[in-house]
Design a protein around this ligand. Sequence first.
Ligand SMILES: Cc1cc2nc3c(=O)[nH]c(=O)nc-3n(C[C@H](O)[C@H](O)[C@H](O)COP(=O)(O)OP(=O)(O)OC[C@H]3O[C@@H](n4cnc5c(N)ncnc54)[C@H](O)[C@@H]3O)c2cc1C
Length: 308
Amino acid sequence: MPILRSAFISLSRNQTMRRFLENSTVGRRMSSRFVAGKDIADALRVARAVNDQGMAVTLDSLGESVSSEAEALEAAEIYQQLLEQIATLKLNANISVKLTQMGLELSPELAERIAESLVKHAHSTGNFVRIDMEDSTLTQATLNIVRRLHARPDLRGSIGVVIQAYLFRSQSDIEQLVADGIRVRLCKGAYKEPAEVAFPNKADVDQNFVRLSKLLLDSPVYHGIASHDESMIEAAKTFAHKSVIAPSRFEFQMLYGVRRDLQRKLVKEGYNVRVYIPFGQEWYPYFMRRLAERPANVLFLAKNFFRS
Ligand SMILES: Cc1cc2nc3c(=O)[nH]c(=O)nc-3n(C[C@H](O)[C@H](O)[C@H](O)COP(=O)(O)OP(=O)(O)OC[C@H]3O[C@@H](n4cnc5c(N)ncnc54)[C@H](O)[C@@H]3O)c2cc1C
C-alpha cells in the first residue's frame, strides 16, 4: 500500500486530530468540498440541486462505530427523518447506512433490528436502503443481516449492499447475492486490509473490479458501479454495449465533490448516475479516506482554501 494512502488511513483513526479538526472552522471549510453540510436541511438542499442536474442521490448521515445503544438509536432517527423528507419532497434519493453506526459492534441483533425498521420504512414509501460495507472483519456479519432482511417477503427489494473488489472473497459473495436477487454496489474498497484477505496491488484490484462488474451487468438485477476511475467506467460501458445491456439496467455511482465533470458527461451520454452525499458533524474519518484515495487532494484543497 503506498505510504501516503496508508498514512491517511491511519490518520482517519486518530482521535486527537479528529477532535481538533471537527471542531475547527478550518477543518469544516476544507471538508465542505466532500460533505454537504451539518444538518438534514443541508443534505436535502444539495440532493435537490444534484437531482436538478439529472442525477439520483444516496444520502449518508456521517458516523460509524457508536459506543452505546442510545447513540445508535439517535443515528437511526436521522435516517427515519430522511426517508420521510425524501418522500414528502419527492426527491430521487435513497439512503446509505453503515451498520457500525447502528450498533453492529455492540450487538448484531441491535443493528439488525434498526436496519429492519429502516427497511420497513423505506419499503412503505417505495424507497431503498443501501448498506455500506466497512472493514473485512464485518463483511460476513453485514452480509448475513442483508440476506436475512432481503429474504423477508414484506421487505424484498428494499435493501441492497456493497461489495469491495479488493477482497478475495468478493466474487463468491457476488455470485450468491446475484442468485438471491440482491442489489449490489461494487466499489474498490476504502479500508486498510491485510494481504491475507485483499489484493495488495492496485492492478489486481482493478482487474477484479472489471471482472465483477461484468458479473453484475450480466445479471437481471439493477446494480451500481461505483468508481471515479475512467478505465473502470469505460470497461463497464464497453461490456454493456457489446452485450446489448441497456443503460437503464444499471447505474454509475460517484461521491459528492469528486469528478463532477465525469458525472455530468455520463448523464449527457444517457447513463444513470447516482451521487453519494454525506452530511453531518462526524465528517473526519470519511474525509481522511477521501484524502487517502487521492493524496493530491490535499494540495487541491489547500489551493482552494487560500483562494476563497
Ligand atoms: C458511491 C460510492 C460509494 C462507496 N461506498 C463504499 C463502501 O461502502 N465501502 C468502501 O469500502 N468504499 C466505498 N467507496 C469508496 C471506494 O471503495 C473507493 O475507495 C473510492 O471510490 C476510490 O476508488 P475509485 O474506484 O474511484 O478509483 P481509484 O483508483 O482510487 O481512483 C481513480 C481515479 O479517480 C479519481 N479519484 C478517486 N478518488 C478520488 C478522490 N477522493 N478525489 C478526487 N479524485 C478521486 C482520481 O482521478 C483517480 O486517479 C464508495 C465509493 C463510491 C463512489
